[in-house]
Unconditional design. Structure first.
Length: 151
């Protein structure tokens, strides 16, 4: 196996910063009061590494069809590419929306700067997107992950 050595300019750009994560629906009509919102990112070339934490209370879930984590620092590329881990979540009942969901996942879609929540079933296969009209919004969440961007 050959190992190729890269020069210092091979990664392109390097950047670190903060971003403000938030919840919403695809209609943008949820009424949310945040007690804390914090996010950090590290961009190396086209890869963006994110971490965030949100604490909030929800007055109204809104009327949208999708529950979203918004405010990502860069627009993603590639359909469903990226890996995201939920380190902690409170207050979100996926079973009401997906039915017998045992896992809550986050998906990145091409050309978007937010993630959509999806429920996964124990029997395998993907569930539906979490529908805010019959799913409780999370009141606390920690997320980490990586995705690709063109920027």
């Amino acid at each position: 196996m050959a190992i190729t050595r890269l020069n210092n300019n091979s990664i392109g750009t390097y950047e670190e910063g903060t971003w403000t994560p938030s919840f919403n629906t695809n209609n943008g009509d949820a009424n949310i009061s945040y007690s804390s919102q914090s996010g950090t990112y590290r961009k190396i070339g086209r890869l963006v590494y994110i971490n965030c934490r949100i604490s909030c209370s929800i007055t109204s879930n809104g009327t949208g069809n999708y529950l979203q984590l918004e405010g990502l620092p860069f627009t993603g590329v590639g359909d469903r590419f990226g890996g995201f881990s939920i380190g902690g979540i409170n207050g979100c009942d996926a079973t009401a929306s997906v039915g017998s969901a045992t896992m809550i996942c986050l998906n990145m879609y091409n050309g978007l700067d937010y993630l959509r929540f999806n429920g996964s079933k124990a029997s395998g296969g993907n569930g539906n997107f979490l529908n805010p009209t019959n799913t409780n919004f999370p009141t606390f969440i920690m997320v980490g992950g990586v995705y690709s961007t063109t920027a």
